[in-house]
Write a protein that binds this ligand. Structure first.
Ligand SMILES: Nc1ncnc2c1ncn2[C@@H]1O[C@H](COP(=O)(O)OP(=O)(O)O)[C@@H](O)[C@H]1O
Ligand SMILES: N[C@@H](CC(=O)OP(=O)(O)O)C(=O)O
Length: 596
């Protein structure tokens, strides 16, 4: 008998009628011959109401104790599962509701953002075998000391996919208030189109860059444990397929599959820090110690012995980030820290981007045409992110959606009816081994690329259109740009660095020189750089990765020139001759977590 996990988000259990509709759906799946586990979130906006209540009670300026926050937030899901079980009974089937602790979802003790360590399946299996629909609280677990923990906002998706993985479910259905995963948030861009399918890597990036329809860590599980995920509309009772998240992209030859917006992050900049080995390590180890997740790290080449570094942090972590930075700058003996909450991050994601030139410049041009200034840029092989002023974020999202014609279906559309199970079925022994460390860090590999060169432009006028002009010039020469970073400007000037294949450096250098002769600025190039890359799953959200990486490079006496991060990789640029030493250092520091 096959087992199905059905997850119902808050929007799908917002009132009594919706709860009954969800219960009917589960009963129907059971009547079709499946065992059914429902994972349910708090009703409607109840979690938000609880967060708000906590803020009203804590007026002393401090944060509410995290343990008590979890005790409070977990109650939202407890209300839903009890009501859901009652609805199932009322409709004539058997059901038992369980809290995270009762199921045996064991987590670490990092309250409000706990990670799953393991899940016991015995109790769930017994209840299923006795003919029950099992109704599980999403979003919560229990630590070694029986404290209730929560998995971070939106975490019920992660509970659902993790349960599907341990129970060997044939599929995990995510029911929500839209028809599936769209090319961008349909609430913000009316032309957004539902995708038939999307690959794990694209979804990982989209989810971590703001596509709130899925919790990014749930995609890690989907990928690690080969769980087919179907995102569907809970209000529609048809065979409408929704979106399948699996190994395949919707269309391989399109450069961009989707766009996302993050508006709850703040930009932090540390200027005038000593440009020497150990700077990044001092900063990121302190941030990691305070469990601050960092994104969009932009470090540009230093000038006059000092460097600037900028990054974004969730607004809710800003206070802790500032404390960490005060400690770090005191230790480094210099550095001015500033922040800006009036920013939003716009990203484009697509597997096809890795092999096509002229993608980033199209994004930059579409923003320039709307008069939107780019504050900072970072890229990885399958995404480009830019920081813009918050007031212009929706215009920016619409502009990039239009530019890449995401509203139009791809020519060669993947057909439905194909098996949705991934090509590579996980080996049973492998799965069991991984399940013992459910959410531990997994690194696929460490790599060195010595075929790239770097071009850096400093002191160019910071106006809309400058990035578009630079990358259109490079693309006009047919040169494939790999990493791009644009740091946060100062006094109306900004700096841009990017990497190109060594063979193309002369071409790129010539065209950029012509450009800066016109618009001002200075160019430096380096014909031999080394790019060190760590790839894996959920790298960005494991704050320890950056720390280990920068510590290892520091210990090896290597200075980091550029950094870029994404959910599935971290790249750093170092001096060419130091590449091999850097590679050896990284292999050693990640030896215990590299997948064999
Ligand atoms: N790329 C996207 N595709 C679909 N929905 C998206 C996307 N990005 C953001 N969303 C938003 O996510 C919402 C669903 O997530 P959420 O409100 O958390 O629902 P649930 O309560 O089901 O978890 C949608 O209503 C939509 O506005
Ligand atoms: N109720 C939790 C967990 C969750 O995942 O909710 P939803 O499925 O409605 O996004 C939250 O609001 O964060």
């Amino acid at each position: 008998m096959s087992l199905i996990v059905q997850k119902f988000g808050g929007t799908s259990v917002a009132d009594a009628e919706k709860i009954r509709t969800a219960a009917r759906r589960a009963i129907r799946a059971q009547q079709a011959g499946n065992q059914v586990v429902m994972v349910v979130s708090a009703m409607g906006k109840n979690t938000d109401l609880l967060v708000d209540l906590a803020a009203q009670v804590c007026q002393g300026g401090g944060d509410a104790p995290a343990r008590e926050m979890d005790m409070l937030l977990s109650t939202g899901e407890q209300v839903s599962v009890a009501l859901m079980a009652m609805a199932v009974h009322d409709l004539g089937a058997k059901a038992v509701s369980l809290t995270g602790g009762q199921i045996g979802i064991h987590t670490d003790s990092s309250h409000t953002k706990a990670r799953i360590r393991s899940i016991s399946t015995e109790r769930v299996r017994k209840l299923l075998d006795a003919g029950n629909i099992v109704i599980a609280c999403g979003f919560q677990g229990i630590d070694d000391d029986w404290n209730i923990t929560t998995l971070g906002r939106g975490g019920s998706d992660t509970s659902a996919v993790a349960l599907a993985a341990v129970l060997g479910a044939s599929q995990c259905e995510i029911y929500t208030d839209v028809d599936g995963v769209f090319t961008t948030d349909p609430r913000l861009v009316a032309e957004a189109r539902k995708m038939d399918r999307v690959s794990h890597d694209e979804m990982l990036e989209l989810a971590s860059l703001g596509a709130g329809v899925m919790h990014s860590r749930s995609i890690e599980f989907g990928k690690k444990f080969c769980v087919p995920i179907h995102v569907k509309n809970s209000a529609v009772f048809t065979d409408e397929p929704g979106t399948v998240i699996s190994t395949e992209s919707e269309c391989a030859d399109r450069p961009v599959s989707g766009a996302a917006l993050t508006k709850d992050e703040a930009r932090v900049t540390v200027r005038h820090i000593p440009d020497q080995p150990g700077t990044s390590q001092a900063i990121f180890s302190r941030l990691a110690a305070k469990n601050v997740t960092v994104d969009m790290i932009v470090q540009n080449l230093g000038a006059g012995g000092t460097a600037d570094i900028s990054f974004t942090v969730p607004e809710s972590d800003l206070k802790r980030a500032m404390e960490a930075l005060r400690e770090a700058t005191a230790e480094l003996g210099g550095g001015d820290v500033s922040y800006d909450e009036d920013v939003a991050k716009i990203s484009i994601v697509g597997l096809g981007m890795a092999t096509q030139s002229g993608v980033a410049d199209r994004m930059f041009r579409s923003l320039a045409e709307m008069g939107i200034n780019i504050i900072a840029i970072t890229t990885s092989d399958i995404k480009v992110s830019v920081l813009v002023e918050r007031a212009r974020m929706t215009d920016a999202l619409r502009a990039v959606h239009r530019e890449f014609e995401l509203d139009k279906p791809p020519h060669e559309r993947a057909t439905f009816g194909e098996p949705t199970t991934p090509g590579k079925q996980a080996d049973a022994v492998d799965v069991v081994a991984k399940l013992q460390h459910m959410e531990d860090l997994t690194i696929h590999g460490v790599a060195l690329d010595t075929e790239q060169a770097r071009v850096s432009i400093s002191n160019v006028t910071d106006v809309p259109g400058i990035a578009a002009e630079v990358f259109e010039a490079v693309a006009s020469q047919g040169v494939l740009v790999d990493m791009i970073v644009q740091s946060v400007g100062e006094d109306g000037r900004t700096n841009l660095s990017f990497t190109v294949p060594q063979n193309d450096l002369a071409k790129a250098g010539k065209i950029i020189q012509e450009l800066i002769d016109r618009v001002g600025g200075e160019m430096t190039t380096c014909d031999k750089i080394a790019i060190l890359t760590v790839t894996g799953v959920g790298i960005r959200s494991h704050t320890g990765v950056g720390t280990r990486m920068f510590q290892a490079l520091y210990d090896a006496g290597i200075n980091v020139d550029m950094i870029s991060t994404s959910e599935v990789r971290v790249n750093v640029v170092v001096d060419g001759p130091q590449g091999e030493t850097g590679l050896a250092a990284l292999k050693q520091v990640f030896a215990d977590v590299i997948e064999r």
